[in-house]
Design a protein around this ligand. Structure first.
Ligand code: HBI
Ligand code: FE
Length: 290
């Protein structure tokens, strides 16, 4: 009986049924993209590039430039990998979609970022639930060119393999969610966005920095491990780091004491605010829009 990911994999690769040893990678087949697909990438890119001026973290914008990820079309992973490999040793491997956690962590722990290579359809232009090549390459890849963030991502992968063994994956997934996907960073010019889920979303790029609704709280690794998240709406709380080094250092200690502490602490709802929190902005609460 095939799992959902294996079924998706077989559908994307009829010529290559997965085996249990398979790492779920496929070929990007860059020359098979259609002009319409490249054009959709261009429109997504130009819209975000405009919104992110003054909103995205400088290291994110520097990564776009360093890797020459630009409007003209869906990047060729082979070309991206030359530059990315030179800078931080990371490589992008193409996968058909979400891959099983053990595979995902195994890739990250070996400096391989599993990126989808399909692009969303026109009717998904403004929102797509699962990652597509725009979310993965525009959202995640630029910061992989930043050495400190690159180290964090590998450490996260290694932590994930440990969490799988300890059965604490749900907690660790929250660390990824509130940093890699929806993280904010303090800069001398104010709060900026580095999370891939925000930078690849038109609405959330504005909301995360400017809306009075969400809480914005100081990063604290145990606090993140306790806090549930929503996958179907903008975040009710954003966590703010002071540097990527702070992120990396948070992953250095063994998490066993954190996992032990979690057994004595309540899990927290996404919108919770605690006395002990470093409150940057206390939100007015998420207005339910749909
Ligand atoms: N697979 N391709 C891909 N991309 C992801 O972001 C991803 C995944 N599998 C699992 C997963 N993310 C999450 O469960 C992580 O928190 C582990
Ligand atoms: Fe993502």
């Amino acid at each position: 009986m095939q799992t959902q990911s294996e079924a998706a994999f077989s559908a994307a690769n009829p010529h290559r049924p997965p085996s249990e040893r398979d790492d779920f990678t496929i070929t990007q087949a860059w020359d098979q993209y259609t002009p319409e697909e490249h054009d959709r990438w261009r429109r997504l890119f130009e819209r975000q590039a405009d919104i992110l001026k003054g909103r995205a973290a400088p290291e994110f914008l520097a990564g776009l430039d360093a890797l020459a990820i630009a409007a003209e079309g869906i990047p060729d992973f082979r070309r991206l990998n030359d530059e990315l490999g030179r800078r931080t040793g990371w490589q992008i491997v193409a996968v058909p979609g979400l891959v099983p956690e053990p595979i995902f962590f195994e890739h990250l722990a070996n400096r391989r970022f599993p990126s989808t290579c399909f692009i969303r359809s026109e009717d998904q232009f403004d929102y797509i639930q699962e990652p597509d090549v725009f979310h993965d390459v525009f959202g995640h890849v630029p910061l992989l060119s930043n050495p400190m963030f690159a180290d964090y991502m590998q450490a996260y992968g290694e932590g994930g393999l440990k969490a799988l063994r300890l059965g604490t994956l749900d907690n660790l997934a929250r660390l990824y969610w509130y940093t890699v996907e929806f993280g904010l960073i303090n800069t001398p010019d104010g709060l900026r966005i580095y999370g891939a889920g925000i930078v690849s979303s038109e609405g959330e790029s504005r909301f995360a920095l400017e809306s009075p609704e969400p809480n914005r709280l100081g990063f604290d690794v145990l606090r993140l491990l306790r806090t549930r998240y929503r996958i179907d709406d903008f975040q009710e709380t954003y966590f703010v780091i002071d540097s990527y080094e702070q992120l990396f250092k948070a992953t250095l200690p063994d998490f066993t004491p954190h996992y032990a502490a979690l057994k004595t602490l309540d899990e927290l709802e996404p919108g919770a605010v605690l006395e002990i929190d470093t409150i940057i902005t206390r939100g007015t609460g998420r207005v339910k829009r749909h």
